[in-house]
Each structure stands twice: as C-alpha cells, then as structure tokens.
Ligand binder design. Structure first.
Ligand code: BGC
Length: 747
C-alpha cells in the first residue's frame, strides 16, 4: 500500500467536535494515464475531487477493530481529474454533485476530505462507559494520490505539510447525534500539522462497501395531534434523508427521526434513548439540496421541526443504505400477513447489515452483538450472499479475541471483559460453520479454526465445574417470557434474561462449540481425538447434571438442538405439551426462539411450529405485522394491543434476532437444506400446512437456483421443485434421488 509513504495529518488546534475538511491542490503538469487515491481516517470521511464525490462508499472506511485494523480505500480517480485530457464527469447517479467544494478547477485539481467522528470517535451507550468526547483523538486523515503519467513516470502526493485544513460546513457529526450543517460558514484554510499516529493498523479494504441502495418517497405528509409535521415513508429503513429547497441564507431546516408513532399518533423518539438522531441545516442563499454525509439513521418517520418559508416536502426522500450484497432468497405465500413478515425479515437484514451485523440501527447501540449475529446468520445466508460481509467481520472477531481466548460480546469490541459470554461468544464457532455449510468454502473454517479452539480452551479456565461451563456471566435466554406467573425476579436486569438456567445454557453451547471444533478439525484434516473425548465428557456431565432439569422451553430446545438429550423424543414431546399447555405460546427468548421451530419439526411437531409462526396474537410473529410492522421488533409486544409501548429502554423496532425464523421457512416449510457443504447436493422435504394455501421459496446457491413450491389443490397438494444438482426429494415420507432438473409431484 502506497499510503504507508504518507503521514497522518490533523488540524493544529482542534477540539473533538470539530469536523475538519482537508484540502490538497495540485496540477497535473503532464498528461495523466491513471490516478489513484488511497485514503483512510480515524472516523468516517467523504472525499471530493473537483466537485465530484470520490467513489460510492458511504461511511468509509467502515467499522473494524480499530486498535488493530483500519481499512484503506483505493479509488481510481482518473476520470475525475482535471488535466490536459479535460474534466471527465463521472456521473454516479444517486450521488448528488457537490456544491461546497473549494477552489477553482482550471487545470488545477482540488481534493477535499471531510472527516466526521463516525464509529472511531464515538460516544458509546452509557452502559458501556461513556467516553468523554474531550478525550477523543483529533480528526486525522492519511492519504496518497498516485499519478501515473502518459510518459511512464509516476508521482506520489502523500498527506504532508503541503495539505491544508479548515473547519467544514458540518458543525456536528456523529453516528448517534446525526449531523448539523451551516452552509453560511466561510471556510478558512490553514496548514495541517503532522500527527503522530500508527500506520501499523492500515489494511486494504476487505468488506463490501456500504452504498446508497434505493430511494423511498414519503407515502404521506400529515400533522399529528400535537401538530407536528411528519412524513411517513411507509417502511422502517436505515439510511438518511435528502431534501431540496429554495431558501434565504440563515434559514433553518431540522429533521427528527422516529420508527413508530405513539398511541395518540404523535411522534415517538423515546426508544432512541440517548441517540439524538437528528439533522439540523442552516441554509445558504438560493436553491440547494443536501443529504447527510457522515452519519445514518434508523427511521420510518421524519418530523420537520423547522423549515424555510414556503418549504415543500415534495422534494424530500429517504435513501436506503446497506453493505453491498446480492439477494439470493425470495419467499412468497398465499397469506399476505406472512408475506409482510418475509418482507420484514429482508428489511431486517438490509437495515442491520451496514458494514457490520448490528443488533439494531437506531438507538444508542448499533453494535455488532455476537449473539444476534449468530442467531440471524443462517437466515441471512438464505436471503443474501454474505460471504464478503462476514469475511471482514470474522477477521475483526479474531482481532478482538483476547489472548486468553475470550470472545467479546460485541465486535468490533467495546464492552469490558466479562468472564463468560456463552451464546454470544459462540458466534466464533457457529458463524464460520454456517458459512461453510451454505457456501462450501473451507477458508471460513481454516481462518477461524485457531480462534474456535482458543474459545473452547478458555472455558475450563473460568468455569466452576469440570466439563461444564458454570458460574460465569451470560446474557441468558435474553428477553425470554418464561418467569413463572406471579414471580418477580430480584431485578429488572435479571428479568430480561429469562428463567433458563445459566449454567445449563452455557454448558449446552460449550458442547456445541466443541462439536463444531471437531467437525471443523476433521474437514481440515486435523487430529481431533482430544476434542472428541472432551465432547463425550461434556455430554455425559450435561446429562447427569441437567438431564432431569429441562424445565423451560429453551432448556428443552437447547438439549435437542445440540443433541444432548438422552431421550430426545421424550423431551420434544414434553416441549410440545408445554407449548400447548400455555395456550400455544412460545416463551423462548433470543437464544431459544431461532431453534424452537426447527426442533419441533425435527421431532414430528411441524403443526405446532406452523401454529407459532402463524399466530397473530402476542407473542407471535404475525402480531407485530397486525400492528403495521415493516421490520421485526425486539419485543413481541413492542407495541401492546392497547397501543402503549413495552418501555423506552429496550424497544427497537428493527431487531433481526426473531427474523431468524426465515431460515425455518426456507429449510423446513419449503424444505431446502444442504445435503453436502455449499448445497453441492441438496435435500428437499417441504412441510406444507393446510392453513396456508401455497408457499414458494427461491434460493440461489453457489451451484445454481433451487425452487420449492407447494400449493393445496382440490385433489391434494401439488409440488414443483427445481434443482441445479443431485437432490434427495422427500414428499409424504417417500424419498427419491433425482438429478438436476424440474420436477412435479401431485396434482
Ligand atoms: C441488544 C441485544 C443484545 C443484548 C445482549 C441488547 O442491548 O440490543 O440484541 O444481544 O443487548 O443481551
């Protein structure tokens, strides 16, 4: 990377809240054949060359384990140069032409790089320990322009003392607060100073870029009972707003964001907690347009808090952001509510796969929670091609793993060391294995094998019991609903973790992670006898200690899912009975829910799985749909039947953990499962249910497209199956092996 020849630069006197714009003016003395810009910063940046945005990567350089890894972007800027060959206009469609670039462009080239706080210099959620912004590093940038001339000579223009810097028109920038802009501000450039900061952390770009994906226009503009002016985009999304207006200099425009309206129909922002999530813009004279450059929001509604005289919302729209990923999965059924749920699970992924897999995109978290990451990963692999996305995040997980083997609960890491973390830290084994299953790419396993082994080697160093994982911190079956009636747990924090026994849960995940290490080791040709013996010991200890204590739904689900139950059918029978006895309701939390329907189906209770999926009352997947949800909620009753809220504290309306149910629909309801890694061979066993007239699933594997469709007809059930590879099709208990092709069964 040529950038290693450059120096980090900064403003001489800059408080942490200053959003500087760095500038380099240069002239191409000779005709240029190719020009490249390598750049990164300790925040997020937007680079502009001669008035045109450089590249389409929004929020570059993305979020990595910054203490060890900071991505450098490399852009071909030849087409943006203003030299003897003339200015070539690189029209990037969605990206607006910049109007705040500086300097003349007559054969001279002006590159500006504006740097906001981004994830690097963020104020964290209070419970992770608020970082004092005054202690932040100053905004810094490092870059190099590489000019390759027609005559074969080359020139490097690295960041050095010849660059200049000014406070920019952005007066406040952050992931949580949003963006404040003052277009009346005069820029005043001064020389930069060289900053003393490491270059050891610089790595080439690894992840897919976050880009603008689509525009959504407001469905309606209305006044709330409190007389707030609100735009409804009809879809909870992650991105930002765009507007155009005529204005006089100094007039103000302010937007607030919200996911839902309250019971009375007023704008509700309580669930953002400390995330301000607003944009404030001071206009310059004349016609102008703007969209935030260095932040993003999770929202469905925009409140126009202040606007220039005569402002019209006709030129306001939302721009959806997410990491570049190709769509691979589509579901459609005869039930409109279920179709809305399918849409919500897709939007859950769009909204939360923004450079890292986040828990939610709106409140003062937006973290890479490992638990949520592993819970949703399987569904994610059906819906989109996430190989590149996870390659980068898993590299950050390796970088963040402590020397003692502990895997932090959020990646990139932020939380303090907690001995434990089962169900969350186990993402280190579960995700690579899932990616291997879906894509058949062994590098996911080879790259993670050491990290997996380190994690399971760490467990005995903190556990209180040999061959089990006990006495340690875990988030438990987070948000489970299974506290016995009338029982008031000692504190609300504990209540969030459900009633599932911590030691049981941790030990079950320990067994599963060891099991994945065994399978991984075998695939990599490693000797795993030591792990096989360990696994047998864990299983025996689990049965002895917990075999008779499988009380909660999640306890049963974990024993089944990880093959730890001595008599699995009996456990499954008891699980089914328990669900029926409490009125066909699930009581599972984040840990149990994604595995619940799979285990019911595996042991002959697909009818109950369907009942849970199709349930329109609380708690059930279609309840939020009945309340108008366009993404999946964190709490089943985020909005209660009477329109009141669960509470402000943990109330995300775009939390994909329960959207993981999409994988049951693909894998069981439509029946598409891999019979060999990467779906090189497939097993298709659909599980229709008469409560649904038809279901269609399309899934693009690395070997081609699979389609599974079933429909109830007057004479029975018609199945249509397309497969690109050898497949075992099981219908009505009858199995047949078929080759690539289209198949029709029934009437
Ligand atoms: C997140 C969850 C996460 C949890 C840890 C929450 O604040 O939003 O989804 O897994 O913390 O239990």
């Amino acid at each position: 990377m040529l950038i290693k020849n450059a120096s980090w630069i900064r403003m001489k006197e800059a408080g942490s809240s200053v959003v500087p714009v760095f500038r380099k003016t240069f002239s191409g003395e000779k005709p240029v054949r190719k020009a490249t810009l390598e750049v990164t910063c300790d925040g997020v940046y937007e680079a502009v060359l001669n008035g045109e945005r450089v590249g389409e990567f929004i929020l570059a350089p993305g979020w990595t384990e910054y203490s060890k890894r900071l991505q450098v972007q490399s852009y071909d800027i030849t087409g943006l140069l203003n030299n003897d060959t003339g200015l070539l206009n690189n029209d990037t469609g969605l990206l607006q032409k910049e109007n705040d670039a500086t300097g003349p462009v007559n054969k001279e080239n002006v590159l500006t790089v504006i740097v906001g706080n981004g994830w690097f210099r963020r104020t964290n959620a209070p419970w992770t320990g608020t970082k004092n912004p005054d202690e932040f590093l100053p905004a810094m940038v490092i870059a190099v322009i590489h000019l390759e001339y027609e005559d074969g000579s080359e020139e490097l223009l690295p960041t050095d003392e010849t660059w200049e810097v000014s406070e920019s028109t952005i007066t406040l920038s952050g992931i949580f607060p949003g963006e404040d802009v003052d277009m009346t501000r005069e820029l005043s450039f001064e020389p930069v100073v060289i900053a003393d900061y490491t270059k050891e952390i610089l790595i080439p770009q690894e992840g897919p870029e976050v880009r603008e994906q689509e525009r959504i226009f407001p469905r309606r503009s209305f006044r709330t009972p409190k007389n707030e002016w609100v735009l409804d985009f009809g879809q909870n999304l992650t991105g930002y707003m765009y507007f155009e207006t005529d204005a006089h200099a100094g007039e103000k425009l302010s937007f607030s964001t919200a996911e839902v309206l309250d019971k009375e129909g007023n704008f509700y922002t309580g669930n953002y907690r400390s995330a301000r999530s607003q944009m404030h813009y001071i206009c310059r004279e004349g016609h102008q347009s703007y969209k935030p450059k260095l932040t993003f929001f999770g929202f469905r509604y925009l409140r126009i808090d202040e606007a220039p005289q005569g402002f019209s919302a006709d030129h306001v729209y939302a721009i959806v952001l997410h990491s570049e990923m190709n769509r691979t999965g589509w579901l459609e059924s005869s039930n409109p509510m279920l179709n809305q749920l399918f849409s919500n699970t897709i939007w859950g992924q769009k909204g939360n796969y923004l450079d890292i897999p986040t828990d939610c995109p709106q409140r003062d978290e937006r973290y890479g929670w490992t638990g949520d990451g592993q819970i949703f990963c399987r569904a994610a692999t059906y819906q989109y091609d996430v190989r590149q996305f996870f390659k980068k995040w898993l590299a950050d997980m390796r970088a963040a793993q402590h020397d003692n083997g502990w895997v932090p609960e959020v990646i990139p890491s932020l939380t303090a060391y907690n001995p434990g973390g089962a169900g969350w830290s186990d993402a280190v084994t579960i995700i690579p294995w899932q990616l291997y299953e879906t894509y058949g790419d062994l590098t996911f396993l080879s790259e993670m094998y050491e990290a997996m082994k380190k994690w399971i080697a760490y467990i005995p160093t903190v556990s209180h019991t040999p061959d089990l994982f006990t006495g340690c911190w875990t988030y438990g079956d987070w948000l489970a609903l299974d506290w016995p009636e009338g029982y008031v747990p000692e504190n609300i924090e504990r209540a969030k973790r459900g009633y599932t026994d911590d030691d049981l849960m941790c030990s079950a995940f320990y067994a599963n992670s060891v099991n994945i290490v065994i399978r991984t080791g075998k695939m990599l040709g490693q000797d795993v006898t030591e792990y096989e013996a360990l696994y047998e010991r864990i299983k025996a200890a689990f049965r002895k200690t917990f075999g008779e204590k499988l009380n909660t739904q999640t306890e049963k689900v974990l024993a089944l899912s990880f093959d730890l139950a001595e008599d699995p059918q009996a456990v499954a029978d008891a699980l089914a009975e328990q669900i029926r006895a409490c009125g066909m309701k699930l009581q599972t939390g984040l840990v149990g829910t994604p595995r619940l329907l799979h285990e019911l189906s595996r042991y002959g209770y697909t009818d109950i799985a369907w009942s849970l999926l199709l349930r329109t009352e609380y708690p059930g997947w279609l309840y939020s749909v009945s309340k108008g949800a366009t993404t999946v909620w964190e709490h089943w009753d985020g909005i209660k039947p009477d329109g009141t809220f669960w509470d402000d504290d943990m109330n995300s309306y775009n939390h994909y953990a329960y959207a993981s149910v999409a994988d049951w629909v693909f894998a069981v309801a439509a029946g598409i499962k891999p019979a060999a890694p990467g779906f090189a061979r497939v097993r298709i066993e659909p599980h229709p249910d008469p409560r649904l007239n038809s279901l269609s699933a399309v899934f693009d594997t690395v070997h081609g497209r699979i389609r599974s469709f079933w429909k109830y007809t007057e004479d029975g059930i018609r199945y249509e199956i397309d497969t690109p590879v050898e497949t075992e099709i099981v219908i009505g208990g009858v199995s047949r092996i078929v080759g690539k092709g289209k198949y029709l069964f029934g009437e």
